[in-house]
Design a protein around this ligand. Structure first.
Ligand code: MF3
Ligand code: CO
Ligand code: CO
Length: 264
């Protein structure tokens, strides 16, 4: 399937789905405290999406090739978990950092966004990782405009985090998004300027860098979903769904509770 260019009608639906997705993250923020289980966070988000937003939590039963169906409605990735952490009856504890990744389907279109949350008072190292990862997402976002290349996005992220001593996970990437959760193209979070696909207005995709304190290598846990750093170093991720506009970018996963953009 080629990369789709969304019509104005589709873009309006993506805005709605994106806002709902971001509003789930706003809603769940005060609940992310020591003692809460990730199952409880999952249930709260699930109920908001289904009962209040009249949407569908895209992860629930999502089964891409080679995977068993994902069993929960959100992803909760704690500390050295890189992505796709599965909610459980384990409680968050003081000092944890956790990524909550939300994908809402509304009127046939997807919004996909994730943020990091500090549980109590994490270490300075953990908080700095989250901060740098958020800044790296924005480096990527600011590279988006018609005529730019996918490699510009990856390079903006990689050239920012690696000199600071962090590493970029290679095995997972951002993705086109729309009627389907994961569409073409793949958005790598590393790369060389002026390489890869040229961006055009009307493309919609996610940018979602996974950044590690230690080495880039990852491994899969036996549950078939959870991904962790091989060296067990801390990992962080932020994600937005982006539209390429005539002049640059528009963030589709926006709401009042979004962390403010970092200084350029
Ligand atoms: N939300 C993730 C992404 O950003 C994908 C999660 S797939 C799931 O692409 F099945 F684990 F939910
Ligand atoms: Co995504
Ligand atoms: Co996501």
């Amino acid at each position: 399937m080629p990369v789709s260019i969304k019509t104005p009608q589709e873009i309006e639906k993506m805005r709605v789905a994106g806002r709902l997705t971001s509003e789930v993250l706003d809603y769940i923020t005060p609940f992310v405290k020591p003692g809460v289980t990730t199952d409880e966070l999952n249930m709260l988000c699930h109920n908001l999406i289904v009962d209040k937003q009249h949407g569908i939590p895209a992860p629930l039963n999502y089964a891409p090739d080679g995977h068993k169906p994902y069993p929960k409605s959100i992803c909760t990735s704690i500390n050295h978990q890189v992505c796709h952490g599965v909610p459980s009856n384990k409680a968050l504890k003081n000092g944890d950092i956790v990524n909550l990744d939300i994908t809402v389907i509304k009127d046939g279109y997807h919004g996909d966004s994730s943020r990091m949350f500090c549980v109590g008072e994490p270490s300075i190292q953990a908080r700095r990782l989250c901060e740098i990862t958020y800044q790296s997402l924005w480096r990527g976002i600011r590279a988006v405009k018609p005529g730019a290349y996918l490699g510009d996005i990856g390079h903006a992220i990689q050239s920012f985090v690696e000199p600071l001593g962090y590493s970029v996970v290679r095995e997972f990437c951002g993705h086109g998004i729309g009627r389907r959760f994961h569409e073409e193209p793949q958005i790598l979070h590393y790369g060389r300027p002026k390489t890869g696909l040229k961006l055009e207005a009307g493309m919609t995709f996610t940018i979602e860098p996974m950044i590690n304190v230690g080495k880039a290598a990852i491994k899969h846990l036996g549950d078939g979903w959870t991904v962790v750093t091989k060296d067990h170093s801390l990992s962080a991720q932020y994600e937005h769904t982006i539209l390429v506009t005539d002049t640059g970018f528009e963030i589709l996963t926006v709401s009042d509770g979004c962390p403010p953009p970092p200084a350029p």
